[in-house]
Design a protein around this ligand. Structure first.
Ligand code: ANZ
Length: 974
């Protein structure tokens, strides 16, 4: 019975007030009303009491929750409140979801007709967080769903899967706090996400669903690790990690905020620890070059290019001198991108962590240098390289020879040079590098100009000239090196050539990209499949036959206190033996980082239950690459770079057939919370305009409800007092701001189709946009109009009718023209992923169709197919009512007939001040603006209009355009 009631039309009417408290499943709320819930079939009353609630009550609250809340918050208590649904979505949406599930409508079978074209459309799979789905999720998911449904109807084999990126920190943190195993938390969250996604009617092939925590999946993540290890692309190194002594644990970057632990605010230091690294740098050039052919947002490609950060330059050798000025047997290699400036190098800088530093420091300077090294070790790389920060350094007490001019130049230690980039040492050219310039001024080091702008304008000696130009002051006849007069580019080549010949240096390319730290001191991740022999410490990869190496059960997730990962507590798992020699061994206890599982999941979807190989070759060849990949811009670098790297390795070992995994990437915008209007009051409590509040500095802010606000020009003002300008702001949705919109509430109040349609109608997919409740009401009304047009208006008692009002009659030419224009527009806009304008076209069509006397079935059939990718539940129901017995999911998408697309033109009379002065040829549906433009260009009419100011225009489409000129014009023009 409960189920039946969930699907019925509900009205809520307040009855006499009484104070009651009732429990929502999630929270306690006070409700000052009693409501009667009326359904189509039965009517009953609920008394909401402050004593125990009963199951009967609970079973309904979830459906009407948002309606009830709205009623309480927004409708005056004495007003009759009737929540009317525009069409019976509460009945049809669950019905069609059940149909699709029972019939596995969107299953992509393993054996398919591969002569048909394919379309692989993928969402960045979510981390199933405890908070459930956010309205931001359905934005991208609806876009991909529209594409998937559209392509299916166009005859493509479509792969549209969904799964879960389920290893990760939050579940582990929750486990530490509550002792709940991450498995339990994660599966609970997955179930919630899945049912939320299903309630939105997405056409995923749920048969292919998997999560990254399943051993059948991570077996292959581990297998890829072994392949990397085999090829020398995985190695171990001592790397600094975030170590929190108070918590006794290593923290992930996101757990450290401003140098202290997110939990407890304890200091965090950098401590070297043995870590696994992946040699992504070996693929730097290919990762860079192959970007060019991808259909990705330019901004994302640029971010990847910058992240990889290729620098073309040279390494130059500077010999260190002893106290007599003789060359010692030590040389400092510097990396420079400006070899053309070598004659201007007046000092060297080595990073405080440079390995040669101990052998450079003079006795006199050692105390200062050591102090400086200690200070620098407490700063992050970011702090050290901040341009605005004052440069600091200390003289090492030692000199080196500039190989180009033979001069002895001082060697300084300064933390603006990083040990981890290039060679950890630079030749400093203060005249042409702003950081060196600042440093040289501070420490009184000579500045020598060696480059002048091409136009020979004088350089301003109060700042460095970092640009390229013509070389000056750069010749040494003894060495045969003369670059004077050359351009920077020519000079750089010549210096490299000279350095190569004389052993003073060589060409060098550097990358900002670092190898990927591929280990976490965490429990909830993929175990790394290697062991260490107890006897020798030798690293032994597990044989592939031993995979998957499953994560052992653990009850205690708390940190060990020593920095050892929590897995070290699983003693019987950790202690093992080498399968080939039988010798005692210890397992690796660090796990893989969260990025690992998402690096190759798109391949698994092609062949989700293969236990023999990562992916079947034929299936991979057919489905690769992903045609459209949609997700958040926050993944522009790491996820997309890491998965490209793994893909290239898999390509090299013959597992995949394409060089790149994702042909087209689209970043959906962010959905911000509803715009909030703020008014300001002065200290006396009077409203003041936002501008004066700025000046006043201290004004009290107050949130103003939308209905009390009007737009005035570009600003928003108080409706009652238009002099008071308000500030309108949209914020990121967050619990603390209380502006989070829960998709479940929207679905129960307006239906999934309305939510889908609204998210697509809000604006271009890639833009950020603000949530607006009246917007969703608008699209809900549009769906209601569509419903009434095809299924008929509800009966006088408010119940929805069965069947359709469409008739079997030949459509008129006008109807066919309307329809085919709509088909052409909707098709074009889906193909261009401009979903919002596709919806506008459908709205225009419905408006036009309302004016028709008769509604032929064939016209509606085509329209319903057009609507179906956007609002699939309603479309399926209308399709059924139009006389079909199976799903429309594989019906051919309508094709626009060009014969109906040509606009008919008419002759439009044009009057000037009421007198007909000529005619223009316009399209029937021409706008006033276009008609006026045409008239202004017309030879005859332009004489009356040129240079005149217009008082007003009267336009009757298809009939007449009358232009009224200003009186003054008449006099002057006459
Ligand atoms: C001399 C010079 C003259 C430089 C000049 C610049 C301008 P990118 O493009 O980022 O690769 N550099 C080299 N290694 C460094 C390190 N470990 N820490 C800080 N700075 C370092 O920049 C390369 C330039 O940055 C190099 O070229 C070097 O300064 C500096 F007019 O050498 B240059």
């Amino acid at each position: 019975m409960n189920k039946h009631l969930l699907e019925t039309h509900i009205q809520i009417q307040p009855l006499p007030l009484r104070s009651h408290t009732f429990l929502f499943p999630t929270q306690l709320q006070t409700l000052q009303s009693r409501k009667s819930f009326t359904t189509k079939k039965s009517s009953f009353c609920l008394s909401l009491c402050n004593n125990k609630t009963n199951s009967f009550f609970f079973s309904h609250v979830s459906v009407v929750r948002s309606s009830v809340t709205r009623g309480v918050n927004e409708v005056e208590e004495d007003k009759q409140l009737v929540v009317k649904k525009a069409y019976p979505f509460l009945e049809i949406e669950p019905k069609w979801q059940r149909y699709w599930e029972e019939n596995r409508t969107f299953r992509t079978p393993d054996e398919i007709d591969t002569s048909k074209p394919k379309f692989y459309v993928l969402d960045m799979f979510p981390y199933p967080s405890g908070a459930g789905l956010h309205v931001g999720h359905p934005l991208g998911y609806t876009a991909t769903d529209i594409l998937a449904r559209f392509k299916r109807m166009q005859g493509y084999n479509v792969l549209h899967p969904m799964g879960w990126d389920a290893f990760g920190l939050p579940a582990e943190q929750y486990a530490i706090q509550t002792g709940t195993h991450p498995n339990i938390t994660t599966f609970g969250n997955i179930n919630r996400f899945r049912s939320q996604l299903k309630s939105l009617g997405f056409s995923y092939d749920w048969d292919r669903e998997f999560s990254t925590i399943e051993p059948e999946y991570y077996k292959w993540t581990q297998w890829i690790f072994l392949q990397l290890l085999k090829r020398g692309l995985a190695y171990q190194a001592e790397v600094p990690v975030n170590w929190c002594p108070a918590l006794g644990t290593v923290l992930a970057n996101e757990e450290v905020i401003d140098g202290v632990s997110e939990r407890g605010g304890h200091p965090v230091i950098r401590k070297p620890m043995r870590q696994w690294m992946l040699k992504i740098t070996a693929y730097a050039d290919r990762l860079l070059e192959d970007l060019d052919d991808l259909d990705w947002p330019e901004s994302v490609k640029d971010m990847q290019r910058n992240w990889i950060g290729r620098s073309d330059g040279a390494e130059m050798e500077f010999y260190v001198l002893d106290s007599d000025g003789q060359e010692r047997n030590i040389k400092i290699t510097v990396f420079t991108t400006r070899p053309d400036t070598i004659f201007g190098a007046t000092y060297l800088v080595v990073a405080p962590e440079h390995t040669l530093l101990p052998s450079l420091i003079s006795m006199a300077q050692s105390k200062y240098v050591e102090e400086y090294i200690d200070l620098a070790s407490r700063k992050s790389d970011l702090e050290r390289t901040e341009l605005q920060k004052e440069k600091t350094g200390v003289f090492s007490g030692c000199y080196a020879r500039n190989p180009a001019n033979g001069e002895a130049i001082p060697i300084w230690v300064a933390d603006y040079v990083l040990g981890s980039y290039g060679t950890g040492a630079i030749m400093a050219v203060p005249a042409h590098d702003t950081r060196d310039y600042e440093f040289a001024l501070k420490y009184d080091i000579p500045i020598r100009w060696v480059v002048t702008p091409e136009d020979k304008s004088l350089t301003d000696s109060r700042s460095a000239f970092p640009g390229q130009g013509l070389i000056i002051n750069s010749s040494n006849s003894m060495l045969g090196l003369d670059i004077n007069g050359l351009s920077s580019k020519e000079a750089a080549s010549k210096v490299i050539e000279w350095a190569d010949k004389t052993g003073n240096g060589k060409k060098k390319v550097n990358y900002k990209l670092r190898d990927w730290l591929f280990a976490r001191q965490r429990y909830w991740g993929e175990p790394i499949p290697v062991i260490f022999l107890d006897e020798t410490g030798e690293t032994i990869p597990l044989p592939e036959t031993e995979l998957p190496l499953t994560l052992p059960e653990l009850d205690d997730f708390t940190p060990t206190g020593t920095g050892e990962p929590p897995l070290s507590k699983a003693v019987s798992w950790v202690k093992t033996m080498d399968p080939s020699s039988g010798k005692p061994a210890t397992r690796e206890t660090s796990t893989m980082p969260q990025w690992a599982g998402s690096c190759w999941y798109y391949l698994r979807f092609m062949d989700p239950s293969n236990s023999k190989e990562l992916v079947d070759k034929e299936k991979e060849r057919y489905w690769s690459p992903v045609d459209v990949y949609v997700g958040g811009a926050e993944h522009a670098v790491l996820h997309l770079l890491y998965s490209r790297f793994w893909h290239k390795v898999l390509y090299d070992i013959g597992v995949v057939s394409t060089k790149e995994p994702f042909q087209c990437v689209i970043n959906q915008g962010i959905i911000l919370g509803e715009v909030q209007y703020m008014a300001f009051r002065d200290s006396d409590g009077n409203f003041i305009s936002a501008d004066s509040a700025d000046m006043l500095g201290e004004a009290y802010q107050e949130r103003i409800p939308e209905e009390k606000v009007v737009k005035s020009g570009d600003s928003f003002v108080l409706k009652d007092n238009p002099k008071i300008r308000l500030v309108a702001r949209a914020h990121k949705m967050s619990k603390s701001r209380g502006n989070v919109v829960n998709p479940d509430d929207v679905v129960s109040e307006y239906g999934a189709d309305s939510l889908r349609l609204y998210e697509m109608f809000m604006g271009p997919l890639r833009d950020s946009k603000t949530w607006n409740t009246s917007g969703i009401e608008g699209v809900h009304r549009f769906l209601g109009r569509t419903w009434r047009l095809i299924a008929g208006s509800p009966s006088p008692d408010g119940t929805f009718r069965d069947g359709t009002v469409a008739i079997d009659e030949e459509p008129t030419l006008e109807q066919l023209r309307s329809l085919h224009k709509c088909i052409a527009k909707v098709t074009e806009e889906i193909e261009g992923t401009r979903f919002n304008t596709g919806i506008s076209a459908m709205m225009e069509f419905i408006n036009a169709a309302y004016k028709w006397d008769k509604h032929p079935r064939s016209i509606f059939e085509a329209f319903v197919l057009l609507l179906s990718p956007y609002a699939p539940h309603m479309a399926e129901e209308l399709w059924l009512r139009l006389g079909h017995s199976t799903s429309l999911a594989y019906e051919p998408f309508p094709k626009a007939d060009p014969a109906y697309l040509k606009d008919l033109t008419i002759v439009l009379p044009v009057q000037i001040n009421g007198k007909t002065r000529g005619t223009i040829q316009v399209e029937e549906a021409c706008t006033e603006e276009d008609a006026f433009k045409l008239a202004s260009k017309d030879e005859k009419l332009s004489k009356y209009l040129a240079g005149k100011s217009i008082k007003k225009r009267i336009y009757v489409p298809g009939k007449i355009l009358n232009v009224i000129l200003d009186r003054e014009n008449i006099k002057v023009g006459a």
